[in-house]
Design a binder for this molecule. Structure first.
Ligand code: HEM
Ligand code: HEM
Length: 175
């Protein structure tokens, strides 16, 4: 099947799906743990968040240089537009969730500790920024979650009911 995404697009898609899945679960789990270790978990979340942000920039650059494969012939204009809109919205959400995450950590007057490298604090603590950034980050995480569920249901719909093997376009494997 040669009507597939490029190797780079597939690699970025799945690496980011794993990173985002981790950040969701671990992000929500931060508040469940004891206060004494909270700073450590927030730092871990932010460090993994930086990796996700770098992967996102790489992914966007790759996407600009590589056109996605055409949708199967017979796909209606409405489906084409909605699929494109959901994909663009997912990119936009990934970008703004990362930006709000950076505001959230830096406006606490903190840096990010990678163990072998310390990213220094670049701002003084400012609650006028952390409060809205924290709220935005939280609701953006819900929105990304909801849209990804829709995205997965659409992929399953193609696989199980339309049987057009759309999922294989995004699966690693031989050309
Ligand atoms: C796709 C990327 C990301 C996802 C899905 C994500 C998800 C989450 C979630 C679900 C929470 C918990 C929200 C709550 O209920 O309070 C959270 C909190 C947080 N995130 Fe992220 N995040 C992402 C990226 C980032 C990045 C890039 C940074 C910073 C570099 C960051 C910094 C933070 C901080 C500081 C908190 C607050 C932790 C606390 O004090 O409870 N996040 N994130
Ligand atoms: C189990 C989870 C997932 C499955 C099964 C899945 C499946 C797919 C499939 C089959 C495509 C290709 C659609 C086509 O051929 O037109 C795709 C594209 C895409 N997926 Fe996912 N996905 C998953 C998770 C995610 C997550 C977590 C995100 C980000 C939050 C995401 C963002 C995207 C984007 C932005 C595209 C469009 C790529 C482009 O054309 O530039 N996916 N996904």
């Amino acid at each position: 099947m040669e009507n597939r995404y490029s190797g780079g697009a597939i690699a970025y898609h799945w690496i980011m799906a794993v990173l985002i899945g981790f950040l969701w679960i671990q992000g929500y789990a931060i508040d469940l743990g004891p206060n004494a270790t909270k700073a450590w978990w927030v730092n871990l979340h932010s460090a993994v968040g930086v990796i996700a942000t770098l992967a996102l920039f790489g992914r966007i650059a790759w996407r600009v240089g590589h056109r996605p494969p055409d949708l199967p012939t017979g796909t209606t204009p409405l489906v084409r537009i909605s699929s494109h809109a959901v994909h663009m919205l997912l990119y936009a959400l990934m970008l703004v969730i990362c930006i709000s995450g950076f505001l959230n950590i830096f406006a606490r007057g903190r840096g990010i500790d990678f163990g072998f490298f310390q990213f220094p604090a670049i701002m003084a603590s400012d609650r006028a920024i952390t409060r809205p950034a924290d709220t935005a980050h939280k609701y953006l995480a819900y929105a990304t979650f909801a849209l990804t569920i829709l995205h997965i249901l659409a992929a399953l719909w193609h696989q199980l009911f339309l049987k057009d093997h759309l999922l294989l376009r995004m699966m690693p494997g031989k050309k």
